[in-house]
Design a protein around this ligand. Structure first.
Ligand code: UD1
Ligand code: MG
Length: 458
């Protein structure tokens, strides 16, 4: 990858950057719509990340952040951990963005009810007479999101540097979620779940989960980053799945802000908050995508997977739609459950489960785990059953003992179903399936849910 940008790249990125800065500067003049500012910040984030990835690739390789692309004929080393560039640009952008959503509130709190003609004595302002009008809770939510994200980015960097064992790192996102959980507790505190109509005669209308609801949210924060990291291993898949999830959440947010939704909607602020977090995320991810899509010129690293997952966890928890988010994570949930036998050691798990590149055909095939010692009988029987159901590819020896099976990942299963294919076609197939699942998920959430719940909160 050449560090210098082509003429076209310079023209495009600098134009986007310039336009972004101009729009941001302009929002200072009038009343400034924070969504427009957020869009402009995302443009700035996109162009900065795009250029920085190109410029910094060499420095990352020198520092040891590099990896071999195992699915290419020439296994050259390329920069890894480029998600760190995304994460840093993203964090800086959302930090600089802090005053924008609060601009009106700052004016209201410091100059007398938003009336700028009404001049106050300096002393009155300093004693904070109007500060009770400022939405400290919203600011706390925003700041706690930054804190949680930063903690997870540190974990991701640690993992890229030292390859931390997953049993050691699995709980860290739960600790990182404490700031947002505290804000949730103080600010919202709802720990009840609405019971579907058919179950109401037994459980009532609402069921209070109490502290279990916080445990659920912490588990959600563990799930999101890890689930993206294990649905990985072919060019572009980590970033593309994150872009798809972010776009689907954005669609869900827009449903709450659309003109046909009753206005003002109680969930409006939560969804605006979600948009402010997601737009710059899309900016940095699209820039990474340009370099990571097949044939990849850089790898995203665990930093990106953890960072992306945590953006979704924070968004879902503070936006109060974590249950809806599960519907946008269907392939990841499937992959997690499907991976469980290898993750929990029932079946040996090789260090890498990414598909196998057949150098002769140039196509990807399902990678396999082979067993020198026979597995326990019930496990072998379960694997043979999965084979019969076309959910696994199993090889047995003459005695009928399982000696080999395809690795338990959705990517390998896709290859078992549809046969060997080129790496980019594999990624496109998986992404198309993810989009279909996500759209179906949103449909279920907003249309079919009415069959078992009395109201959609739209
Ligand atoms: C997770 C998966 C592992 C998978 C790996 C690939 C589990 C439990 N772990 O491990 O099975 O092999 O991700 O990302 O499911 N690489 C490529 N092409 C790509 C992306 C990555 O060849 O498109 C290789 C490169 O050598 C790169 C390495 O994978 O250096 C990155 O692996 P890493 O992210 O460290 O693996 P894990 O997240 O630990
Ligand atoms: Mg990884």
């Amino acid at each position: 990858m050449s560090p210098s940008l082509s003429r076209n790249e310079i023209l495009t990125t600098f134009t986007i950057f310039g336009a972004g800065v101009a729009i941001i500067a302009n929002t200072f003049q009038g009343d400034g719509n924070p969504i427009i500012a957020s869009l402009a910040f995302s443009g700035v984030a996109f162009s900065s990340t795009y250029c920085l990835i190109r410029w910094l690739g060499g420095a990352f390789m020198k520092a040891g952040f590099k990896g071999k692309d195992m699915s290419k004929l020439r296994k050259v080393e390329i920069p890894e951990t480029m998600g760190a560039v995304c994460a840093v640009v993203y964090l800086l952008v959302i930090i600089v963005f802090i005053p924008f959503p609060f601009y009106k509130d700052i004016v209201a709190a410091t100059s007398g009810g938003g009336n700028r003609d009404f001049v106050l004595e300096a002393q009155q302002v300093e004693t904070g007479r109007f500060l009770h009008r400022f939405p400290h809770n919203k600011l706390a939510a925003y700041l706690s999101a930054i804190l949680s994200l930063q903690s997870v980015v540190i974990l991701g960097l640690g993992d890229d540097l030292f390859d931390i064992r997953w049993r050691h790192k699995v709980l860290i996102p739960a600790f990182a979620s404490i700031p947002i959980l505290i804000v949730y507790f103080v600010d919202f505190g709802v720990t009840q779940i609405v019971i579907p109509t058919p179950l109401r005669p037994y459980l009532g209308e609402l069921f209070n989960l109490g502290w279990l609801y916080y445990a659920y949210m912490a588990a959600f924060a563990i799930f999101c980053p890890n689930s993206i990291n294990i649905l990985a291993g072919i060019n572009g898949i980590e970033v593309t799945q994150s872009i798809v999830i972010a776009s689907l959440i954005l669609v869900n947010d827009l449903l709450y802000l659309a003109p046909f939704t009753p206005h003002p909607h109680p969930a409006e602020d939560a969804h605006l908050f979600s948009i402010y977090l997601l737009l710059p995320f899309l900016g940095v991810s699209l820039a990474l995508w340009c370099h990571n899509w097949y044939p990849a010129k850089v790898f995203v690293g665990d930093t990106y997977c953890y960072f992306a997952g945590m953006v979704f966890a924070v968004d879902g928890i503070l936006g109060h739609f974590s249950k809806t988010l599960w519907l946008l994570f269907i392939p990841q949930v499937f992959n997690f459950i499907y991976s469980a036998p290898q993750l929990f050691g029932l079946v040996p798990c090789p260090r890498h489960r990414l598909p196998h590149f057949n150098a002769r055909t140039g196509l990807m095939e399902a990678s396999v785990a082979s067993f020198e010692r026979p597995l326990r009988r019930p496990i072998q029987e379960a694997m043979k059953l999965l084979h019969k159901l076309s959910l696994l590819d199993v090889k047995t020896n003459k005695e009928g003992v399982v000696v080999e099976c395809s690795n338990f990942t959705l990517i390998n299963l896709w290859l078992v179903w549809f046969g060997p294919m080129r790496e980019d076609r594999l990624a496109m197939g998986l992404v198309a399936m993810q989009i279909a699942c996500g759209v179906a998920g949103l449909f279920v959430r907003h249309r079919l849910a009415l069959l078992i719940f009395t109201a959609d909160n739209l």
